[in-house]
Design a protein around this ligand. Structure first.
Ligand code: M6R
Length: 611
């Protein structure tokens, strides 16, 4: 939620900020703005505009209008105050001296605003961020760092901040608490950013700020401080992501590019972990004794990552016989979870920054659990706060709708389940080898599915005008339906729901009428006949049924459904990994035909860093 970028150097800042913001637009895109310090002229210029970044860029002619080599920029996902020019960031203090860009929420902003108003300060926006700028101004007596520090002591909530001041035109102050912010080390220039993709063109040397850290950036260097304002040294990490990985590379949409990248992402994720016929998790400290001591496993995540968790529960319980509970990150800390030192908590997150998931992680640790996270973004908060981390190595995922991050999480969690089972002795050698064979052939079989995308495009052209779609399936197919349904609704805005097929008769079937589209998922061999029965039932009530099944059942399904999408046969464990691909493509083509903004769906942001 919200993207921040800051630059201090010798080049004109505004074009650099706009370019950086273009990489962060996935974090929020309802308005954008920049604040530029021009030391020579002694000015602080702020320009901002409601709408996509392009509106701002046009307004300032690609940045050319704003001289000055120091500045901060912001792309917003509105929390306090509707998207508008005045509510856009940067927010400035009343006399225009201090400008702030902010990602997060100031929980006591109303109280702080009343305090400042009682001192005669006037506000122009509805944002919580304006309070920060005004508070810093209130404490400012010539020392910006001290004013920021005093303001921070009064603020409650979550924030990543970039601050510039007309009186201190040769520095940027950066602050981080519960929202991501990184520091980029250049040559004669330095950066702040919400994530590394924004500055990758300029530097690959970054430092990750911890909660409570402050940093003062000058052209010459970056000085960091802890929450008591004691100077600290930060480790500099070299990032090896390719710039190209965050570019569209000739594709019309990031989502389509990322769908097509999945076989390669899976190879990157799986091959280093399967060596000489064995699963190898280097660096993982979980011993057989520890696994045997476990009374319960909790999987905690949000959105699509949660859907991976629902699949993972089936796998882990089947392969380890340890009870597994899956919880939404947003619910976990309010449900009084039964968690102790005999509980392993597996946290799933693409971004590694989802606030609810992060809060759940902290609660799990407080209760004594060991936390293992599966994360895509290296160095992210969840990765750093976990006891151990497995990276999915899917590469940067830019489209808001997740695809390659989902499939790599899914595969990695399945691999972990097999490894747990082998270690505990609940998976025998034959099943172990069969699973390994499945993992080895997964990328290639996924390529086969992708190569048949024309058929899926045809079905999308047939059904894109429907206003409501039901996904049904049992067991792994139910879990798959949850993700298929989310993909469709988030980018095409078609109402869609996923049901366990057996639940239909308990209420939902009353919604089935002539022409209702039902997506019947029947990839699990042992439940196939039951799915066929459900197909027959909904068809008898007028539904149009588009089915997904495996090659071995294709013919039988074709006799019952109106249309069939097929995936190659593969071991049960990996059926959802293949099965999700036609559903991703279906959602993509439907959204394309409906003229939707696929990479930036309305109201959404890629990284949800507010509660
Ligand atoms: O970064 P995370 O995996 O923690 O994000 C969780 C959800 O916000 C995310 O999976 C979301 O549901 C997807 N972008 C939907 O495609």
């Amino acid at each position: 939620m919200c993207g921040i970028v800051g630059f201090i150097g010798n080049e004109q800042a505004a074009p650099i900020l706009l370019e950086g913001l273009s990489r962060l637009e996935y974090r929020g895109y309802d308005s954008a703005g920049v604040a530029i310090c021009d030391g020579g002229a002694g000015t602080l210029s702020v320009r901002k505009a409601k709408g996509r970044l392009q509106v701002l860029s046009d307004l300032i002619h690609g940045g050319a209008d704003l001289p000055g080599t120091v500045g901060v920029g912001h792309t917003r996902w509105a929390t306090h105050g509707a998207p508008s020019d005045v509510n856009s960031h940067p927010q400035v203090s009343e006399n225009g001296r201090v400008a702030v860009v902010h990602n997060g929420i100031i929980e006591n902003y109303a109280e702080l605003r009343s305090f400042l108003e009682s001192k005669g300060v006037s506000f122009v926006s509805q944002t919580d961020t304006e309070v920060i700028a005004q508070l810093i101004e209130y404490f400012y007596t010539g020392d910006l760092l001290s004013a920021v520090d005093q303001a921070l002591h009064r603020m409650e909530g979550a924030y990543a901040l970039g601050i510039v001041c007309a009186d201190a035109p040769d520095q940027i102050i950066a602050v981080r608490k519960d929202n991501p912010l990184i520091l980029g080390w250049g040559k004669g220039c330095n950066f702040i950013a919400s994530d590394v993709t924004a500055i990758l063109k300029h530097t690959r040397d970054v430092s990750y700020m911890n909660d409570g850290d402050l940093a003062v950036l000058t052209r010459e260097g970056i000085q960091c401080y802890d929450h008591l304002l004691r100077p600290i040294e930060k480790e500099v990490v070299h990032v090896d992501w390719e710039v190209d990985a965050a570019e569209k590379g000739g594709y019309e949409h990031f989502m389509f590019k990322e769908i097509m990248e999945q076989p390669e992402a899976l190879r990157r994720c799986l091959s280093p972990r399967i060596k000489d016929g064995e699963i190898v998790f280097e660096g993982l400290s979980l011993t057989p004794d520890y696994l045997r001591s476990l009374r319960r496993i909790f999987i905690v995540a949000c959105g699509s990552s949660y859907h991976v968790g629902v699949v993972g529960k089936y796998h882990l319980e089947k392969l380890t016989r340890i009870p597994v509970e899956v919880a939404l990150g947003s619910e976990f800390r309010y449900m009084d979870p039964i968690v102790d030192d005999k509980t392993l908590v597996i946290v799933l997150s693409q971004s590694g920054e989802t606030l609810d998931t992060m809060a759940a992680l902290r609660e799990a640790k407080r209760l004594g659990a060991h936390v293992l996270s599966i994360v895509n973004v290296v160095g992210s908060s969840i990765a750093r706060d976990s006891d151990e981390v497995l990276y999915t190595w899917a590469g940067p995922e830019i489209a808001v709708a997740t695809t390659k991050a989902y499939t790599t999480q899914l595969a990695l969690l399945a691999l972990l389940a097999v490894w747990f089972g082998k270690t505990l002795g609940t998976v025998d050698e034959a099943d172990y080898q069969a699973a390994l064979a499945g993992f080895r052939e997964l990328p290639e079989k996924m390529e086969q599915v992708l190569s048949c995308r024309d058929g899926i495009q045809y079905f999308a052209s047939k059904y894109f005008n429907h206003s409501s779609i039901f996904f049904i399936g049992r067991n792994l197919d139910y879990a798959l339906g949850l993700e298929g349904s989310l993909k469709l609704k988030e980018i095409s805005y078609i109402h869609s729901e996923a049901y366990a097929s057996g639940e239909l008769k308990h209420g939902t079937i009353s919604l089935i009428e002539e022409g209702t589209l039902v997506m019947a998922l029947g990839t699990c061999d042992r439940l196939f006949q039951k799915t066929v029965s459900n197909v027959v039932e909904v068809k008898a009530r007028g539904a149009d049924v588009l089915a997904l099944t495996t090659e071995r059942h294709q013919e039988e399904m074709a006799h019952n459904a109106n249309g069939v999408m097929t995936i190659p046969d593969i071991c049960d464990l990996l059926l959802p990994s293949l099965g999700v691909v036609p559903l991703q493509l279906f959602a993509y083509y439907v959204a394309l035909m409906r003229g939707c903004d696929i990479d930036k769906p309305r109201n959404l942001a890629k990284s949800v860093t507010v509660e």
